[in-house]
Ligand binder design. Structure first.
Ligand SMILES: C=C1C[C@]23C[C@@]1(O)CC[C@H]2[C@@]12CCC[C@@](C)(C(=O)O1)[C@H]2[C@@H]3C(=O)O
Ligand SMILES: O=C(O)CCC(=O)C(=O)O
Ligand SMILES: [Fe+2]
Length: 341
């Protein structure tokens, strides 16, 4: 068991907050999944988040500006081969198209962190989300063997290879981001080291929905990570919240990846980089898939505001990654304010 999985063990969830709906059998949206519709569901579809070309000689400045003004950006020329992304998407599709009863063989256990199930934030909302996920931390072999006793190797190879590639990209991005904060190489290497990191890959599926305007794919949340690298299939749905504007749609563009600031980078940057609030709404009846890779320091690493000039005061106390996960598991929305000085 990875150290990251262990951090979640002290916060077991009830099975009704883990088991997704049997999406295969529903013809209408059950009341448990109907969210109050209001103007809150509207979004700005004209504005676009910044795009950063990782080959641009000004990448440090561009990434820093995007993190500061939006907390999220798209990357192009990121070096992840498109056929690898396609393979992961296709394996994710293979998994989510299994009959519900079969997927339950890989159900996340109440104290577990990996496998099939609802998003961890589910207990914090009175309505259920139109979502099913599969969380991978390293090798998914134990769950994959339950799903495909004679045919699990390909799924494992593809998921492990993707995590390796994502880790390299996350490290590159972290170097650019921390350089933009003027941190020294020595300080950067304490936060980002290839050997030590807590990472997770989350396969998300928003199944076919007979009435998309009444459901919520993934409720508004911030990610716990330093940063998250997201691939979204061709279907719209991801929205980010921008102060002074409201919800802004992030349309998928071919081959680009979405990078967002998580809570731990928000703390490290002393709130210079906002941990972006985001959600997924269903814009179409059709199934939507996404792949989210979460990158954080090891669980025993103490995160504290680093990018301080002499005139600045730290806004957050030091907190270990493990402790922050515990705080967030109990108070999802208030976690950052609970460590504010
Ligand atoms: C490492 C992780 C981040 C995450 C919890 C997890 O253990 C794996 C799933 C992740 C996810 C994906 C959907 C949104 C989110 C808030 C959730 O409920 O599960 C994130 C978690 C997070 O960022 O805290
Ligand atoms: O599906 C998406 O576009 C977003 C997923 C997400 O926010 C997450 O997995 O944390
Ligand atoms: Fe997220």
């Amino acid at each position: 068991m990875s150290a990251l999985s262990e951090a979640y063990r002290d916060h077991p969830l009830h099975l009704h907050h883990i088991i997704p709906l049997d999406f295969d059998s529903v013809r209408t949206v059950p009341d448990s999944h109907v969210w109050p519709t209001s103007h809150a569901f509207e979004s700005d579809d004209q504005l676009s988040i910044p795009t950063v070309d990782l080959m641009d000689p000004d990448a440090v400045k561009l990434v820093g500006h995007a993190c500061e003004t939006w907390g999220v950006f798209q990357v192009i020329n990121h070096g992840i081969p498109l056929d690898i992304i396609d393979e992961v998407e296709s394996e994710a599709r293979r998994l989510f198209s299994l009959p519900t009863g079969h997927k339950l063989k890989a159900l996340r256990s109440p104290g577990g962190a990996t496998g099939y199930g609802l998003a961890r934030i589910s207990p914090f909302f009175s309505k259920k989300m139109w979502h099913e996920g599969f969380t991978v931390m390293g090798s998914p072999v134990d769950h994959a063997r339950e799903l495909w006793p004679n045919d699990y190797q390909r799924f494992c190879d593809v998921m492990e290879d993707y995590q390796k590639k994502m880790k390299e990209l996350a490290i590159t991005l972290m170097h650019l981001i921390l350089k933009s904060l003027d941190l020294s190489e020595e300080e950067i290497s304490k936060v980002v080291s290839p050997g030590g990191a807590s990472t997770a890959l989350q396969l998300n599926s928003y199944p076919f929905c007979p009435d998309p305007s009444r459901v919520m794919g993934l409720a508004p949340h911030t990610d716990t990570s330093l940063l998250t690298i997201l691939y979204q299939s061709t279907i719209n749905g991801l929205e980010i919240f921008k102060d002074g504007v409201g919800w802004v749609l992030v349309s998928p563009t071919n081959g680009s990846l979405v990078v967002n600031v998580g809570d731990l980078l928000h703390i490290l940057s002393n709130a210079q980089f906002p941990s972006v609030l985001h959600r997924v709404v269903l814009k179409e009846k059709q199934q939507r898939l996404s792949l989210a890779y979460f990158y954080s320091p090891p669980t025993d690493f103490d995160v504290s505001p680093l990018a301080l000039n002499p005139a600045q005061i730290p806004l957050y106390r030091s907190v270990s990654v493990r402790e922050y996960i515990h705080i967030k598991a109990k108070n999802v929305e208030k976690a950052l304010s609970l460590i504010r000085i």
